[in-house]
Design a protein around this ligand. Structure first.
Ligand code: FES
Length: 138
């Protein structure tokens, strides 16, 4: 399966508050204010991301990559490719996060580059599973 800038498994959150799902959204108000302090943002029901699975989620206009490491642990990264800024997606066939622009691939757990041209790892984002919800500190 070829990844695209908008993989079919992508789930969109905070694109509009009216698009809320079963997950409680906490950052609808002022989501695009640059000076907003960091806060935990609920992005996905933890039950929908099995251990070993990966997912791309959208928060406002930004995309993030998730990988469920265990029942209690999830890793998260910015989906901005460190090569030239395209949006990285999940390539389930190759078991990597893969950029559709020039083919860079990143490790699902560490975000480190596995296939160049990118040289730098994806930017890690603090993530946790709390009360059945995956949250990112943004
Ligand atoms: S922008 Fe991602 S590989 Fe070039």
């Amino acid at each position: 399966m070829k990844p695209t800038t908008t993989p079919c498994r992508r789930r969109t959150f905070l694109g509009g508050c009216a698009a809320a799902s079963a997950v409680t959204l906490t950052a609808c108000a002022g989501a695009d204010e640059e000076s907003e302090p960091s806060q935990w943002v609920e992005v996905l029901d933890a039950e929908s991301l099995a251990v070993g699975a990966s997912e791309q989620v959208q928060v406002g206009e930004e995309y993030f990559l998730l990988h469920r490491v265990s029942d209690a642990e999830v890793r998260a990264f910015s989906a901005v490719c460190t090569h030239q800024g395209c949006t990285v997606g999940v390539d389930e066939d190759r078991g990597t996060f893969r950029c559709p622009c020039h083919g860079s691939e990143y490790n699902l757990v560490t975000g480190q580059v596995e296939v160049r041209p990118a040289e730098d790892p994806l930017d890690a984002v603090e993530a946790e599973i709390s009360e059945g919800v995956i949250r990112l500190y943004l």
